[in-house]
Design a protein around this ligand. Structure first.
Ligand code: SF4
Ligand SMILES: [Zn+2]
Ligand SMILES: [Zn+2]
Length: 305
């Protein structure tokens, strides 16, 4: 058994990118330190903030909530609330969400939940039955972001915190580079401020997914191994595979990719993000009609047929 490089106890992880073996307690300390450093570096939390934590029930969202809860314990000038979305995927999201909301409740944090059915009149199960050419995730992502933004606004939140990790971010950056989609790339900017959109923060953006998985196991987070029955994002899966292969030979390459993007984004003018106002709902949009209205209209039309 290898020994922890910091205290000589049994190591539970080897971080190839840092060359360190770490025991459980030093691994957890390292992870907390990195998250807090990310928050400071990007000035993600300011005095008077009310942070709406998007709790999906995945391991990332549990870690995010736990760490933010620890932070606000010593920062009485900051408030937390949990917001969750029920997409209406029977046997999947309903089960995960009830466990997640119990977790928030045990921490004494109030939660608000928004449902596709209440907001858009359809569940994801019903959308999938309508057999649209787009992958279900396209509808799901657009509707989910709209509900999270609405819940955050209704509850006076100043930020929405999401559990995107280093792997998620590196995949998104690479995907948008390869597609040449500068607009989407610019939208990945942390803490981007746009009228009508509550700024998003991603405190876990420098933490590799495997470390979050390990933390979740050590902490006994009530996650589920079940996958969404509609998960199908082939391009993102390719990016994951490519980055995993590269990471094997070049430890830390995902982090370098993200750091490189951070430097580029500092050079992008604010006008790189095209923001108009949707003519139908008035919400910020990349064109004259927002995706929410477009999808909402199509779902309703198909629903009546
Ligand atoms: S995998 Fe796709 S359809 Fe399933 S919850 Fe995630 S975004 Fe929605
Ligand atoms: Zn140690
Ligand atoms: Zn609209």
């Amino acid at each position: 058994m290898r020994r922890c490089d910091k205290c000589n106890s049994d190591a539970i992880i080897y971080q190839r990118y840092s060359g360190m073996h770490l025991c459980e307690s030093h691994f957890k300390e390292d992870l907390r330190r990195k998250i807090k450093k990310t928050i400071r570096k990007h000035r993600m939390i300011k005095s008077g903030d009310k942070i709406a934590v998007a709790l999906s029930g995945g391991k990332d969202s549990f870690l995010l909530l736990k760490i933010l809860h620890e932070i606000i314990a010593v920062r009485p000038d900051v408030e937390l609330i949990v917001i969750s979305v029920d997409e209406g995927i029977e046997g999947y999201r309903d089960e995960i969400l009830s466990r997640a909301l119990r977790f928030a409740d045990e921490m004494g944090i109030q939660s608000r939940i928004g449902k596709f059915k209440d907001e858009f009149g359809v569940t994801m199960d019903e959308i999938v039955r309508q057999d649209f050419p787009e992958a279900p995730c396209s509808f799901c992502g657009v509707f989910r972001r709209a509900i999270l933004n609405k819940l955050a606004k209704e509850n006076g939140a100043t930020k929405v915190a999401t559990g995107h990790n280093l792997d998620d971010e590196a995949q998104s950056i690479l995907m948008n580079y390869l597609k040449g989609d500068i607009d989407r790339l610019a939208r990945l900017m942390p803490e981007r401020s746009v009228d009508g959109l509550i700024p998003r923060i991603k405190p876990l953006r420098e933490i590799p997914e495997r470390e979050i998985t390990l933390f979740g196991i050590l902490e006994g987070f009530p996650t589920s191994v079940r996958k969404c029955p509609y998960a199908d994002d082939a391009f993102r899966s390719d990016m994951r595979e490519v980055l995993n292969i590269l990471e094997d030979d070049h430890p830390g390459i995902s982090y370098s990719l993200m750091r490189g993007f951070d430097k580029i984004r500092e050079l992008l003018p604010a006008s790189a993000v095209k923001i108009e106002q949707c003519e139908t709902c008035g919400e910020p949009s990349s064109g004259r009609a927002c995706k929410v209205c477009e999808f909402r209209g199509r779902v309703a039309v198909y629903g009546k047929d």
